[in-house]
Design a protein around this ligand. Structure first.
Ligand code: SAM
Length: 270
């Protein structure tokens, strides 16, 4: 006979699957923001093989223009004073830092077309922004859009910047696409002098890392959802002290669930 515990866990899993299904259906057919679709969970060896096969997927020449179309509508909304949750979380995180960010140098790793520079400008945050991304096409568009700013083609796992080179380093929602995410966290910590921010990080609770193959703007990519306690341990191992967490969405029941959060860390020796 089925125990109450396995019945309850089964029910939780069904709810989680339903939630995840609804989210993905919403992504497929929804309005602006429907950037991700066709999620397939990967298991065991397939997760390893697919994340390695699709590691370079974001270098696709098709992505920058497609992403920018959505970003431009979000930036326009922000300029009209409307809330855009992903942008608002980041500006709130910077404003809430223990130090005044005015004049601080900020590097965004995985910057795409550099649009967070515009978010910061609209928000009146007087930071000195630079961006890097492993995609030539994204960096080409960033340089075209913001010719006065500094952009470099860089891989998040092997950055060509010195230790402590930037006051604040933002890992811009890219870890989830990087199979060697531990190296990317280490590099973020190394080049950050004072703060490291891991923006829009998908995490899971009560279950190990979950790997998906999905389509981002119609391009096949891999997305990793990190076991949250292990992710926090990883930050700690890089001498990053977690000082704030911002939750974009969360669904947890009986310790099992998923969330999307922005983690703000202080470099311990700073
Ligand atoms: C989901 S977009 C995030 C854009 C923006 N930072 C944001 O927060 O909305 C992920 C970005 O990470 C970049 N990326 C993926 N893997 C990378 C890697 N190994 N090194 C550097 N950038 C990478 C992609 O090219 C893409 O521009």
């Amino acid at each position: 006979m089925m125990s109450f515990r396995s019945f309850a866990l089964g029910a939780v899993n069904r709810v989680l699957r339903l939630k995840s299904f609804l989210k993905r259906v919403g992504n497929l057919f929804g309005p602006a923001g429907g950037v991700s679709s066709h999620y397939v969970q990967l298991r065991g060896g397939e997760a390893v093989q697919e994340s390695s096969r699709l590691r370079g997927a974001w270098r696709s020449q098709d992505l920058p223009v497609r992403q920018r179309e959505l970003v431009d509508t979000q930036l326009a909304a922000l300029r009209r004073g409307e809330p855009v949750d992903v942008f608002d979380v980041m500006t709130r995180a910077l404003r809430a830092l223990p130090s005044d960010v005015r004049g601080m140098s900020v590097l965004e790793v995985g910057c795409s077309s550099g649009f967070y520079s515009e978010v910061f400008e609209i928000a009146g945050l007087d930071v000195s922004y630079a961006g890097c991304d492993y995609s030539d096409a994204f960096i080409g568009l960033a340089r075209h859009k913001y010719p006065a700013l500094r952009f470099e083609v860089e891989d998040a796992t092997a950055l060509n910047y010195g230790d402590n080179a930037f006051d604040i380093v933002i890992s811009g929602c890219c870890l989830l696409h990087i199979p060697e995410y531990e190296a990317a966290v280490a590099e973020t910590a190394r080049v950050a002098c004072r703060y490291a921010i891991f923006h829009r990080t998908p995490v899971v609770l009560g279950q190990p890392n979950v790997y998906y193959r999905k389509q981002a703007y119609g391009v096949e990519t891999v997305e990793i959802h990190f076991n949250e306690p292990q992710f926090l341990t990883l930050l700690d191992r890089q001498s990053l002290e977690l000082i704030a967490t911002y939750t974009l969405d969360e669904f947890v029941q009986d310790g099992v669930g998923s969330a999307n959060r922005t983690y703000v860390c202080k470099k311990m020796d700073s």
